[in-house]
Design a protein around this ligand. Structure first.
Ligand code: NAP
Length: 337
């Protein structure tokens, strides 16, 4: 277990805002987690690579990081089973699988963040979600000081949500995930951009296309700090959908079961006239309205204020309250927008 005191977090969050944690614990073994659990006081926050976190105050709570590393691949007759430790990089894992001819992760290329963060928000892109390939998640409980294997069906996976953001929030830490990937899998090519590929495109070709599309639309946080999509795509009732469609016949929409429709948050923000909008040193990205970028502010509060403005303007125009995908963290823990 390592413990560092008064640690600046600017280089540990992809918005690159200033915040200081009084204590940063890092654990790469269960023994280390047990030691931390004995000392731990609320509030604390589990931080991965900081690519979905906005520190909204100058002070942050105590931070815990899982430093577990390693990838184990087991071949069964029909599947590959991968046990991957929490501190591995998600994108490196995708590349490794594609290089080894293991299909199933290629649509999820270039998603920033660690493997341990993937189940928390059930990461997803281009028609594939983490829950599609998850078998189980290993989670250390700070109260019982024991490691628990949580099976996929117990993870409460939903669109950008899971039990780790709900009932288990603040109660433990993910140490590894187990993925199950069929040896024979059908490429998922229904999203625009991938639909131009041939129906038997290889995982390598799909990954290359996903990377090309993402690079053309999404700013690289190394050069323009951001946390990817700031808001979730709203899922609305059929009634509201039809009301809006009458006014905006070109509005993109995706049915969710029989009674709900998913709308594109980026489209709503753009229609509200906010694509490229700036507020001081922060702004809505010029190419992708779903992304908020930091042009040079030191303060997470500035980003939060812009997000509040976006939420207000979109609500005024469409009667839809956008909910953030990014997690907002103040001195006393997670806060809402
Ligand atoms: P887009 O093509 O501009 O489409 C806007 C939204 O419509 C997407 O977010 C997607 O929802 C939905 N959509 C598009 N085609 C769809 C289809 N065939 N079936 C169902 N829903 C569809 O999207 P984009 O912003 O460039 O993003 C492309 C993909 O990368 C999306 O899956 C997006 O979630 C993912 N992405 C995620 C992040 C992040 O930070 N989490 C950042 C960038 C992109 P879904 O989001 O539900 O897929």
């Amino acid at each position: 277990m390592s413990l560092s005191i008064d640690v600046p977090l600017k280089s540990r969050n992809s918005f690159s805002v200033n915040a200081i944690t009084p204590a940063l614990y890092s654990a790469d073994s269960i023994d280390a987690l047990i030691e931390i659990a004995h000392k731990l006081e609320q509030p604390f926050y589990i931080l991965g690579e900081g690519s979905n976190t906005l520190f909204v105050e100058g002070a942050a709570p105590v931070i815990i990081q899982a430093a577990f590393k390693g990838v184990e691949i087991i071949k069964t007759q029909d599947h590959y089973q991968l046990k991957v430790a929490a501190a591995e990089s998600w994108h490196d894992l995708v590349c490794r699988c594609v290089e080894q001819g293991i299909a199933g992760l290629e649509n999820l290329a270039l998603i920033p963040g660690s493997v341990g963060a993937a189940p928390v928000q059930n990461i997803g892109a281009y028609g594939v979600e983490f829950s599609d390939i998850c078998q189980s998640v290993s989670w250390f409980c700070f109260e019982t000081k024991k490691l628990k294997k949580i099976k996929k069906l117990e993870c409460g996976f939903e669109y950008r949500n899971s039990i780790f953001k709900a009932e288990l929030k603040g109660k433990g830490i993910i140490t590894s995930v187990t993925l199950i990937l069929p040896k024979i899998s059908k490429p998922k090519l229904q999203y625009a951009g991938l639909d131009i590929l041939s129906s038997n495109a290889t995982p390598k070709e799909i990954m290359a296309k996903v990377i090309e599309i993402r690079r053309s639309k999404l700013p690289d946080p190394k050069f323009l700090p951001n946390a990817g999509s700031f808001f979730k795509n709203p899922v609305v009732s059929l009634d509201l959908y039809h009301e809006l469609l009458a006014v905006y016949p070109k509005m993109p929409s995706y049915p969710q079961g029989k009674n709900k429709v998913k709308l594109a948050a980026g489209w709503l923000i753009e229609q509200a006239g906010l694509k490229g909008f700036r507020l001081g040193c922060v702004g809505v990205h010029e190419m992708q309205a779903l992304v908020i970028v930091n042009y040079g502010s030191e303060k997470g509060e500035d980003i939060r204020n812009l997000a509040l403005h976006v939420q207000k303007v979109v609500f005024h125009k469409f009667s839809i309250k956008l909910e953030p995908e990014v997690r907002m963290i103040g001195k006393s823990g997670e806060v809402s927008l």
